[in-house]
Design a protein around this ligand. Structure first.
Ligand code: HEM
Length: 136
């Protein structure tokens, strides 16, 4: 990712942060509607789950310009996700639902350039998680 793309991801996430609870709710509705296999995996309180998700995305987004600092935490997250029963295909569903949610939250500010930057950022996170899960 270029420094400009990282900046786009960071500033657009800051715009969604004030409506994090709503964004998380929209995200899960979208995810479960588009990938019913995903809903079966969630056992806990979805409000709490949504907070954890947004918080972790926030940490990752902040760390994009110093990836080494977040890779170990993202790898550990990936290994835990293997334990939750998450499949590789579900990472695509989550990515699509995340981008859709950002589009809803950002409206006109979700330009093609912002979308492209988020696609790259999510790709880095998801690949790091999946690779760690595969490696054991
Ligand atoms: C960038 C991608 C993702 C991020 C940042 C993320 C973040 C998180 C976080 C922070 C937690 C809290 C527990 C923990 O830290 O281990 C969690 C739990 C969980 N995530 Fe993810 N996640 C991602 C991808 C996925 C995908 C692709 C799925 C598949 C549907 C998924 C399903 C779950 C489930 C089932 C739990 C446990 C829920 C429970 O305890 O009931 N996540 N995730």
């Amino acid at each position: 990712m270029t420094p400009h793309q990282i900046q786009l991801v960071q500033t657009s996430f800051a715009q969604v942060a004030p409506i994090a609870d709503t964004a998380a709710e929209l995200f899960y509705q979208r995810l479960f509607a588009t990938d019913p296999t995903a809903s079966a995996l969630f056992k806990g309180d979805m409000k709490e789950q949504g907070r954890k998700l947004m918080q972790m995305i926030g940490v990752a987004v902040k760390g994009l310009d110093r990836l080494d600092s977040i890779v170990p935490a993202v790898q550990a997250l990936g290994r835990r996700h293997r334990g939750y029963g998450v499949t590789e295909a579900q990472y695509d569903s989550v990515g699509a639902a995340l981008l859709w949610t950002l589009g809803q939250g950002l409206g006109a500010a979700f330009t093609a350039e912002v979308q492209e930057a988020w696609t790259l950022a999510y790709g880095i996170l998801a690949t790091t998680m999946k690779d760690a899960a595969k490696a054991g």
